[in-house]
Write a protein that binds this ligand. Sequence first.
Ligand code: C5P
Length: 406
Amino acid sequence: MAIPVLKGKTLLLGITGSIAAYKALDLIRRLKEEGVDVHVVMTKSACQFITPLTVQTLSENAVAIDLFSLREEADIGHIKLARMADLVVIAPATANILAKAASGIADDYLSTILLATRAPVVMCPAMNPAMYENPATQKNIEILKGRNILVVEPDSGSMACGEEGRGRFPPIDLIIEAISKKLTPPTWKDLKVLVSAGPTREFFDPVRFISNPSSGKMGYAIARAAIRRSAMVHLLTGPVSIPPPYGVTIHNVTSAMEMYNRAMELAPEMDIIIMAAAVGDYRPEKISTKKVKKTEKALAITLIPNPDIIAAIGKIKKPQQITVGFAAETDNILENASQKLIHKNLDLIVANDVTRPDSGFCVDTNRVKILLRDGSILELPCLPKEEVAEKLLDVIEDLRRRRDGI
Ligand code: C5P
């Protein structure tokens, strides 16, 4: 996903003895893809489920297991490992390690590191549902949360032990997002953010519509970036085929009129409104209730304009609110974008050239220029949409800071 905050970080991954230990191998691979230096500590029970050799090969670092091994301690040293990590993540975390961490027991390599580290900690419990529901485990989780440890809730479903319930290892993407959030300062805490994303569909009969190729990737990346900064995010989305980000309140809509109505309901409550959706500018005047029959003749459909959502929000905007628009352009990019910035009463506008293959609709990268009302322009090179989102949020954060004089 190319999450900027992960790149170049050193992570200490603790693997404990749950059957879900094999899923930690996938987590190591994903973290390596994100440019993370992964150092693994395994408990003795974890070594019954997966081999240290596999972990070592995937992580490309020596694996620590035995606190009193002369060789391991000479190579790494538990205090050094505890100090070097930007973050410690335990995945999977058994009921046993949760109990030890909650009571401060340090009787093996991993529990000792947990006590010795000053780095932020993320724990991903995975166990039999009865063990997870047990009041002792739940109490330990509460204690750990109270110490600012981020505990990722396990999934529910069928378990390896044959039971149904909560206790499954969470999806890797959720763990990656939890780690990224824990590494990001919560600068948007208590801020309510509305992000629109994706295309709209303008139906002219029950099975046919006019739309555009928007994938929703840019808006979804913005929503994820705002979640990482601890904002409360409402994602207003047209039909897309990508999964919703973790932790957002999702509002699914189909047509521009539906998006308009929902946006007007939500907007007054928001601190920041970012409209990245490719809203259809026109809709068919008439929607046939039955499928329009095919004939040999040309078919004329009269299109009428849709309301401009961000412009309508611009009219009722409160002074403390920040509104951001996107301008997908094929020509005169800066001129068109700066006109929209003024006409739509925006605080800033993100202009992108949709004629380039590495920018705009559907692709994972974007090449944008961010225009502000004071005339300044930030021109970004071609970047992954995840990075464009972070840069955009930095600009918004800076604008709010300057406006509020902090
Ligand atoms: O005028 P244009 O469609 O190029 O403006 C693009 C910006 O306006 C985007 O931020 C888009 O989400 C928003 N928009 C809107 N309602 C429309 C059309 C565009 O909010 N009907």
